[in-house]
Design a protein. Structure first.
Length: 86
């Protein structure tokens, strides 16, 4: 069965590895990810690593920008909302 999926695409390899992991009592997600990465070419693996590193570096900045935008939106809504008069 492994020989047949050896020449297939990355999805077929990942699915086969996940099934084999389930049958062996291991985590199928980890096995599928390992099989998928193993099927990638070297340039694609390098791009994947660079992309993950950039995401790890930029994610906190993006979260901060999202929080600032949310704070600005709260201020704008509170300024535009008329005050309740007693």
């Amino acid at each position: 069965m492994g020989d047949r999926a050896g020449h297939g695409g990355g999805a077929a390899r990942a699915a086969l590895a996940a099934v084999q992991a389930v049958l062996a009592g291991r985590n199928p997600v980890v096995a599928a990810i390992k099989a998928w990465v193993a099927g990638l070419s070297t340039p694609v693996k390098i791009l994947l690593i660079v992309g993950l590193a950039l995401f790890a570096l930029l994610a906190p900045l993006l979260l901060l920008l999202l929080l600032v935008a949310l704070a600005v939106a709260v201020v704008v809504v509170s300024v535009r909302t008329p005050a309740a008069s007693l």
